[in-house]
Every structure is written in structure tokens, then in C-alpha cells.
Design a protein around this ligand. Structure first.
Ligand SMILES: C[S@@+](CC[C@H](N)C(=O)[O-])C[C@H]1O[C@@H](n2cnc3c(N)ncnc32)[C@H](O)[C@@H]1O
Length: 207
């Protein structure tokens, strides 16, 4: 997989099958995880987070940079991308926390000092049924709606919605009309997320 260095010196990969990068390569890949996912979800001690499409774990990395007292469930169908976490270089300031991501991705779990991570491997539409409920935040980060429409449907959003607490926040980078419509149809209150650079806003859904 081709590696691309992004604006904050973090690395993203290019997926040949989807013909897409795993992260924005015009802004920083890890920067994006903070701005579009962890910050809009207001991550703090004691939260339970669903990380849909765990990938290289950058969104979970941003979350654990905010708090080490979290319970996180990741959904990912590709073991190869989880294996990549072992060798990918991250900027110095994230190295310590990224060791946690590496450990979690290797054994599919991590449980130390109040931080609990579990990664469920398989199709997110099936694996979400084993994720439990009571989520305070959801990171929704599939490939684009054009390339991966199955993870942007009302049916999948229904599954997410019913596992969230009232007032919980879902964050996603997409502002596509169909995404916002399906979120609203699943019951979310849909709002603009952060605007980053010259791009369109991200999207937030509140239960
Ligand atoms: C945009 S990338 C996610 C990047 C990731 N959040 C990160 O921080 O590195 C999308 C991810 O969705 C995964 N994926 C694609 N289809 C899936 C499915 N049906 N179920 C679960 N994961 C899927 C891909 O393997 C890929 O890792």
C-alpha cells in the first residue's frame, strides 16, 4: 500500500481497491482525527465510544489523547490494515499513545488502567450487533459514500442510533446530502460539523 505523508507529518495509505486514501491527504491525517472526530464528540473521562472503521486507529488515538479513562469498541473488516499499525511511523508527539493502538490492533483488545479497547473484525453491519450499547460518542469513518455506500444507509444508522445514549454525538467527515438525509431519517438531529481549511463542513448527528 502506497504511503503518503500529510500536512502534519502523519502518514496515510492509499487503498487500491477503493481508489481512496484512508484519510484526507490535503490536511493532516491525525489532525483530521482530532478536528473532525474527537473534538466534536467532546471526548472526556468515562465515555464509551464506537469507532466505526478503525483502520489505522487514528480516531481512537485522538480520543485517547484526550482521556485515558475510556471504553472504545472498534469495527474493522480488514486485518491487513490493523497489521499496518505495527510498522507505520507516527510523529514523535503521538508515539507513546500510538503504542496503545499498536497493542490493541495486534491482540484486538487492550485493558489497562481504566482504558478498555476492543476491536471486532468483520463487516461492521454484522459486528455492530456484538458491540453492546450505551455509547456516548460515535466516529463514523468509512470510505466515501460513493465507494462504500453500504455503511452510509439508514438501516446501518438505525443500528448505530439504537446503541447510543440520549444526547450522544456521532461525528463524520462527510456532508453528502444522502448521508445527512439518512442520518435524519434514522432519528438524528443533524448539524454542520467543523469546517476545516477550504473544505465543506463535516457533519454531526445528535441523538
Ligand atoms: C477511511 S478508512 C478509516 C480510517 C480510520 N478511521 C483511521 O483512523 O485510520 C475506512 C476503513 O473502513 C474499513 N471498511 C471498509 N468496509 C468495511 C465494512 N463493511 N466493515 C468494516 N470496516 C470496513 C476499511 O478497511 C478501512 O480501514
Amino acid at each position: 500500500m502506497k504511503q503518503v505523508k500529510t500536512r502534519d507529518d502523519s502518514i496515510t495509505l492509499f487503498n487500491e481497491q477503493y481508489q481512496e486514501h484512508y484519510h484526507s491527504h490535503t490536511i493532516g491525517a491525525i489532525e483530521e482525527a482530532f478536528v473532525k472526530f474527537a473534538e466534536p464528540c467532546k471526548i472526556k473521562d468515562g465515555m464509551k465510544i464506537l469507532d466505526v472503521c478503525f483502520g489505522l486507529g487514528y480516531n481512537t488515538l485522538a480520543a485517547i489523547s484526550k482521556s485515558l479513562q475510556l471504553e472504545i469498541v472498534g469495527l474493522e473488516n480488514d486485518l491487513k490494515i490493523l497489521e499496518k499499525t505495527a510498522t507505520i511511523e507516527v510523529p514523535e508527539r503521538f508515539r507513546k499513545d500510538y503504542e496503545i493502538i499498536r497493542n490493541a490492533a495486534k491482540t484486538l483488545k487492550y485493558n489497562e488502567d481504566g482504558l478498555k479497547i476492543r476491536i471486532l473484525v468483520g463487516d461492521a453491519r454484522q459486528k455492530i450487533k456484538e458491540a453492546g450499547n450505551g455509547f456516548d460518542a460515535v466516529f463514523l469513518d468509512p470510505f466515501s459514500p460513493k465507494k462504500c455506500p453500504e455503511l452510509w444507509t439508514k438501516e446501518f444508522f438505525d443500528e448505530i442510533f439504537r446503541r447510543m445514549n440520549k444526547g450522544a454525538i456521532l461525528a463524520t467527515y462527510s456532508c453528502a446530502t444522502i448521508v445527512r438525509k439518512n442520518l435524519a431519517d434514522a432519528g438524528f438531529t443533524v448539524m454542520d460539523g467543523p469546517v476545516f481549511g477550504r473544505k465543506s463542513p463535516a457533519t454531526i448527528g445528535i441523538k
